[in-house]
Design a binder for this molecule. Structure first.
Ligand code: ADP
Ligand code: ADP
Ligand code: MG
Length: 642
C-alpha cells in the first residue's frame, strides 16, 4: 500500500478520498486554488499545496503543477477524483512518465472509451449490445439525415466527445433534423473542440441503468447496478441501487455484458458502464444497450458501497498499489437498498440557476451518509460545481431507504444560499417515484407540480416572522421575559408583516395575503392549529425556517443602507468574481434606473448589471475582457444634486 498519495481534486470527492486514506493509514496531500485556501479538503489533508488562480485552467487542470507537487511532497500516487483531469489520458501518461502511479485505468483504456463512436464500435466487437444507430465517420449532413431516416424517428444526435449532457438533441420530426444537427455540432465544437456527432435511436420511456465494474487490468467483476433515471436535462438528480424492478436474469445479463466491456479494454480500477434501458414494458434481458463508459469513480458510487458493503476508494488504492482484485464475483452480494440525492446551491424557481453564497448556517441530519466539501461559514463560489453535499440513505427495503431520504432532506439545514432541497423533498414524495416507476422523462413531465410543491409555504413564513421578532429565542420562549400584548410591524429585506402577540406562546401574523395564528410550547410550533415539523434558526444572515418548503428572511442590513445613502448607489460593483463580457455605456451617457450597464460572465452564465437609479455615467472602471473580483467597482454615476 502507498505511504502517501496526492488528491488532484477539490470539494466533496477530495474529502471522501481523504476519509478512506485516513482509515487505511495512507498520508494525504491536497491541492488548492486561491478560491479554496480555507476549504474543507485542505483542512482535512495532512499536507496541502497551492496551485494558482481560482479558474480550473489555472489550478485543478494544471497537470504539470500537480505532478510537481506530488514529487515535492514525496507522494507515490495521484488520485484524480471525478471531473477535472480524471479522464484525461495525456495526464495519465505524464503521471507515469514522472514515475508516479495514476490511481485509475491506463491511458489506453481511457482513450478507447473517450469518444462515444469509437467506444460503441469497440463494444459491438466485444458482443455488448449498443444503441442502434449510426456511429461512423461520415459527417456529411445529408448522409447523417439519411442515416436518421433509416434508424427511424425519434432519434438522438449526440456529440461523440460529449459529456455532462452537452451536445445532445432529440429530434422527432425529419423536418427539424438539419437545424438540430447544426446546433448540436456548434455546441459540441464549443464545449469539446470536436463537432462530430453520432445518431442514435431515441429509446422511448428510457431508463438509465449503469453497472459498476472493477478491474485489475486483466479480469473484472461487477458490483451490480444503479438506477439513475431521475434526471433533469440529462443530468442525474437522485440515484439508487439496486434498480427497481430488476430481475435476477436481467441483472446477470447486464453484469456479464459490463464485465465483457471492461475486460475488452484491460480495464483497471473503478469504472461505470452506462446502459439505456427500454422501460416501456418492464425490464427484459434483451432490452438494454450500451451508451458509454465513464472511466473513473462516479459521483453516485456511494449507493453501490451501501448495498455491497465495499469501500470503492479502498479498492482503487489497493489495486493501484498492485494487489489483485479484492473479491471474486461470487463473493459479492446485494443487501438492502440505497438512495443518493445531490444537494445543490441553485435557484429552482428561476430555472435551476446555479447560486453562490456564504453558508451562514449548515446542519446535516444524523442517520444519513453525508458527503460534503463545505462547512458552516464556507462559501459556494462561482468557480466550481455548486454541489453542497450528497445525501445518502440506506434501508432494508426500497420503501424504508426512500423514507429515510425524505426525512434526511427535511432535516437538512442550509442558509446563506438558496438550494434545491425542497425540490428534492418533493421528488421523494412523487407517487410514481415512490412506486419505482421511473424513467428519464419523469422530472420533465411533472416539473411544474414538483416546483409548486417546493414553493415556500405561507405558514412557514409566519414562523419566520415570529423568529424575526425574537419570539423564538430561548430566553423569550422560556418565559424569562414578560410577555405583553403587542402589535407591531416586522420588516425584512423585501417584505413586512403585522405581528400581534396574543399571550404567552400565542401570536397572530398578518402576511398581507393571509393571516395565521401561531402557538408554541418549547420547540413545538402550531400554525393554524396544525403541529409543524419546522425549525426556526437565527443566523447572521437572518432567519430561516427549515423542514420542507424552506423560508429565508434577510434582516435589514443597516450598514448597507448607510452605504446607499452615502451615495453607494452611484457605484455599480461586481456582485461576484467573473469576466466582464461587455460594457454598454460610456462616460457622459445618460442612463435610466434598470438600464443595462454591463454584462458579467460568471458560473458559466451571463449576468446583466443594471443602473440602480437615473443618472449620468461619470466613469467606466472596467472594460470587456477584464477578470474582476467580487466587489470590484465597474461603473460610477455622477453624484446626484442634493
Ligand atoms: P456522473 O455520471 O458521475 O454524474 P457526470 O458526467 O455528471 O458524471 O460528471 C461528473 C463530474 O464531472 C461532475 O461533477 C461534472 O462537474 C464533471 N464533468 C462532467 N463533464 C465534464 C467536462 N466535460 N469537463 C469537466 N468536468 C466535467
Ligand atoms: P453524457 O456523456 O452527457 O453523460 P450519455 O450518452 O451518457 O451522455 O447520455 C446522457 C443521458 O441522455 C442518459 O442518461 C439518458 O437519460 C439520455 N439518453 C442517452 N442516449 C439515449 C437514447 N438513445 N435514448 C433515450 N435517451 C438517451
Ligand atoms: Mg453519461
Amino acid at each position: 500500500m502507498f505511504d502517501k498519495i496526492l488528491i488532484a481534486n477539490r470539494g466533496e470527492i477530495a474529502c471522501r478520498i481523504i476519509d478512506s486514506c485516513r482509515r487505511l493509514g495512507v498520508g494525504t496531500v491536497a491541492v488548492f486554488s486561491d478560491a479554496d485556501r480555507a476549504a474543507r479538503h485542505v483542512a482535512m489533508a495532512d499536507e496541502a499545496v497551492h496551485l494558482g488562480g481560482p479558474a480550473p485552467a489555472d489550478s485543478y487542470l494544471r497537470g504539470d503543477a500537480i505532478i510537481q507537487a506530488a514529487r515535492d511532497c514525496g507522494a507515490q500516487a495521484i488520485h484524480p477524483g471525478y471531473g477535472f483531469l480524471s479522464e484525461n489520458p495525456d495526464f495519465v501518461d505524464a503521471v507515469e512518465a514522472a514515475g508516479l502511479v495514476f490511481i485509475g485505468p491506463s491511458a489506453k483504456a481511457i482513450r478507447a472509451m473517450g469518444l462515444k463512436d469509437a467506444a460503441k464500435a469497440l463494444m459491438e466487437e466485444a458482443g455488448v449490445p449498443v444503441v442502434p444507430g449510426y456511429h461512423g465517420s461520415n459527417q456529411d449532413p445529408a448522409h447523417l439525415a439519411q442515416q436518421a431516416d433509416d434508424i427511424g424517428y425519434p432519434v438522438l444526435i449526440k456529440a461523440v466527445a460529449g459529456g455532462g449532457g452537452k451536445g445532445m438533441r432529440r429530434v422527432d420530426d425529419p423536418r427539424d433534423f438539419a437545424d438540430a444537427l447544426a446546433s448540436a455540432q456548434s455546441e459540441a465544437k464549443n464545449a469539446f473542440g470536436n463537432p462530430d456527432v453520432l445518431i442514435e435511436k431515441y429509446v422511448l420511456q428510457p431508463r438509465h441503468i449503469e453497472v459498476q465494474v472493477f478491474g485489475d487490468g486483466h479480469r473484472a467483476v461487477h458490483l451490480f447496478e444503479r438506477d439513475c433515471s431521475l434526471q433533469r436535462r440529462h443530468q442525474k438528480v437522485i440515484e439508487e441501487a439496486p434498480a427497481p424492478g430488476m430481475t435476477e436474469d436481467m441483472r446477470k445479463t447486464m453484469g456479464a455484458a459490463a464485465v465483457r466491456a471492461a475486460e475488452a479494454i484491460g480495464y483497471k480500477g473503478a469504472g461505470t458502464i452506462e446502459f439505456i434501458v427500454d422501460g416501456s414494458d418492464g425490464l427484459r434481458s434483451d432490452g438494454f444497450w450500451f451508451m458509454e463508459m465513464n472511466t473513473r469513480l462516479q459521483v453516485e458510487h456511494p449507493v453501490t458501497e451501501a448495498i455491497t458493503g465495499i469501500d470503492l476508494v479502498e479498492w482503487q488504492l489497493r489495486v493501484a498499489a498492485g494487489e489483485a482484485l479484492p473479491a471474486r464475483q461470487e463473493d459479492l452480494t446485494i443487501t438492502g437498498h440505497a438512495f443518493e440525492a445531490r444537494l445543490y446551491a441553485e435557484d429552482v424557481p428561476a430555472g435551476f440557476l446555479p447560486a453562490t453564497g456564504r453558508l451562514a448556517h449548515l446542519n446535516f441530519p444524523d442517520g444519513a451518509r453525508i458527503e460534503t466539501g463545505v462547512r458552516q461559514g464556507d462559501t459556494i463560489s462561482p468557480w466550481y460545481d455548486p454541489m453542497i453535499a450528497k445525501i445518502v440513505t440506506y434501508g432494508a427495503t426500497r420503501a424504508i431507504a426512500l423514507r429515510a431520504l425524505e426525512s434526511a432532506l427535511v432535516d437538512t439545514e442550509v442558509a446563506g444560499s438558496v438550494t434545491n432541497v425542497d425540490f428534492l423533498i418533493a421528488l421523494t414524495r412523487h407517487d410514481g417515484f415512490r412506486k419505482g416507476e421511473v424513467d428519464t422523462g419523469l422530472i420533465g413531465r411533472d416539473l411544474d407540480d414538483l416546483i409548486a410543491a417546493a414553493e415556500p409555504d405561507p405558514r412557514a413564513r409566519a414562523l419566520a416572522v415570529i423568529g424575526l421578532a425574537g419570539l423564538a429565542d430561548a430566553d423569550v420562549k422560556g418565559g424569562a421575559t414578560m410577555w405583553q400584548p403587542l402589535r407591531r410591524t416586522i420588516s425584512w429585506e423585501g417584505g413586512q408583516a403585522m405581528l400581534e402577540v396574543l399571550g404567552p406562546g400565542a401570536a397572530r401574523v398578518d402576511l398581507g395575503d393571509s393571516i395565521h395564528e401561531v402557538r408554541w410550547q418549547g420547540d413545538r410550533w402550531w400554525v393554524d392549529d396544525a403541529l409543524r415539523r419546522n425549525r426556526i434558526v437565527s443566523h447572521d444572515a437572518g432567519i430561516s425556517v427549515f423542514g420542507g418548503r424552506t423560508v429565508h428572511l434577510t434582516r435589514h442590513d443597516p450598514l448597507a443602507r448607510d452605504a446607499a445613502s452615502a451615495g453607494g448607489d452611484a457605484l455599480t460593483l461586481s456582485p461576484m468574481p467573473g469576466l466582464v463580457k461587455a460594457v454598454h455605456v460610456s462616460a457622459g451617457q445618460e442612463v435610466k434606473a434598470g438600464d443595462r450597464l454591463a454584462v458579467l460572465e460568471a458560473m458559466k452564465m451571463e449576468h446583466s448589471l443594471t443602473a440602480a437609479r437615473d443618472g449620468t455615467v461619470a466613469e467606466v472602471l472596467a472594460q470587456a475582457g477584464d477578470q474582476v473580483e467580487a466587489g470590484a467597482p465597474l461603473i460610477r454615476l455622477e453624484e446626484e444634486e442634493a
